[in-house]
Design a protein around this ligand. Structure first.
Ligand code: NAD
Length: 367
């Protein structure tokens, strides 16, 4: 029987709780579909700092590189807030992305109709957006630092200490991610929105130039542009009109949380980070380690379970198994199971509160 190699990085906070749920779902769907898994647990983030003094070891990175795919919970938490920046738990994510060459971050924001009442935005009937976020460039990776300046300003004051972070993008990086955006749009509703800040930023103007050069090669896709501030408004105003959004690292980071919240809860949002074809992708919920609810059983495991579904589809090509998980999640919601983040006081009869394990068991039954 075929056995796929999966590196599992449970991480910190609710990470171990939600990855346990996703691994159980993967095992079950493998049994049903006739394939198996070889799971290898790896440390990264705060738990790695505690054990090894660094957030990401070579051993973890090498295990990930040798796997078919990586499933990650979340890293970080207040325990490590005082750690020096270069050693913070979140550096593990940057190290994994760089080490695995992951440049494309797919963040679907899909509104399940059963959760429409849980959305903080009224009257959202449908919403199915794919945010394609560039992952290895931009301000998170640009030159950053601090400089002291004795320059005297016009008001007579001394400029003093300055901190800077630089947004930098190369033609290669932009072209690569824009092509992904066009391709995903071709496979969906054929609408691509480039979100930028081209009225102010030179890097955004380069994104626009390259997008307009590429557009004729994808004649079936309608390309439009939005400034990021306008996009943040339009996501609330008309979420159902978006299809694929392609954008830079930081804008994608922020907009995907916003789009996610419209779907009801960040606890529902999966993501995939992909590199060149044939290399292992990394799958993780959009949310963080949620230290405020860790260990309470309140964590919604569906974002990680849906990330496992993406793993099956995008890294293993097991589309039938992936479909099965999505169907089981939909049925679980239709049958009224709700973790606290998606439960509302005015939910109709038949909707009831459950915990992480209860939600996982409900999905497993429905598989
Ligand atoms: P967070 O996503 O962890 O939590 C934000 C809010 O959403 C909290 O109220 C939390 O309880 C809730 N929430 C998150 N996931 C949930 C789930 N599955 N079910 C129910 N409720 C959920 O963001 P934060 O509080 O800004 O960050 C906490 C820590 O996580 C920080 O150390 C941060 O750096 C880290 N972080 C890690 C990742 C990652 O590993 N990819 C991503 C974001 C934040």
């Amino acid at each position: 029987m075929k056995a796929y190699k999966i590196a599992v990085i449970a991480g910190d906070g609710i990470g171990p709780e939600v990855t346990k749920a996703a691994v159980a779902v993967l095992k079950k769907v493998g049994e049903l579909e006739g394939f198996g898994f070889e799971f290898t647990s790896c440390d990264a983030g705060g738990c790695s700092i505690d054990k090894y003094g660094i957030p990401l070891t070579d051993e973890t990175l090498n295990t990930c590189k040798a796997s078919d795919a990586v499933l990650l919970g979340a890293v970080g938490g207040p325990k490590w807030d005082a750690v020096e920046p270069a050693l913070r738990p979140e550096r593990a994510l940057l190290g994994l992305r760089a080490g695995l060459g992951l440049y494309s971050n797919l963040r679907p924001a899909l509104m399940f109709k059963e959760l429409a009442a849980a959305s903080p935005v009224k009257n959202v009937e449908t919403m199915d957006i794919l945010i394609v976020r560039e992952l290895t460039g931009g301000i998170y990776f640009g030159k950053h630092g601090r400089a002291d300046s004795s320059e005297v300003l016009s008001d007579g004051s001394v400029k003093g200490l300055t901190a800077y972070d630089t947004e930098e993008y190369s033609t290669t990086e932009i072209t690569r991610i824009l092509k992904e955006g066009f391709r995903y749009a071709q496979g969906r509703s054929k609408k691509l929105t480039l979100v930028d800040k081209a009225n102010v930023l030179e890097s955004s103007r380069l994104w626009r130039e390259i997008a307009s050069e590429l557009a004729p090669s994808y004649p079936d896709v309608t390309l439009d542009y939005l400034y990021v501030d306008n996009c943040s408004m339009q996501l609330i105003n008309r979420p159902s009109t978006f299809d694929v959004i392609v954008t830079s690292n930081m804008f994608g980071d922020i907009l995907s949380d916003e789009a996610g919240m419209i779907t009801g809860s960040i606890g529902m949002l999966p993501s995939a980070s992909l590199g060149a074809p044939g290399t292992p992708g990394m799958y993780e919920p959009v949310h963080g380690s949620a230290p405020d609810i860790a260990g309470t059983g309140k964590a919604n495991p569906l974002a990680t379970i849906l990330s496992a579904s993406m793993l099956l589809r995008w890294s293993l090509g097991e589309t039938s198994a992936s479909d099965r998980i999505e169907k089981a999640v939909r049925q679980t919601l239709a049958d009224g199971f709700r973790t606290p983040d998606i439960k509302r006081n005015d939910d109709p009869a038949g909707v009831s509160l459950t915990d992480t394990e209860g939600m996982t068991a409900a999905v497993l039954e429905r598989l």
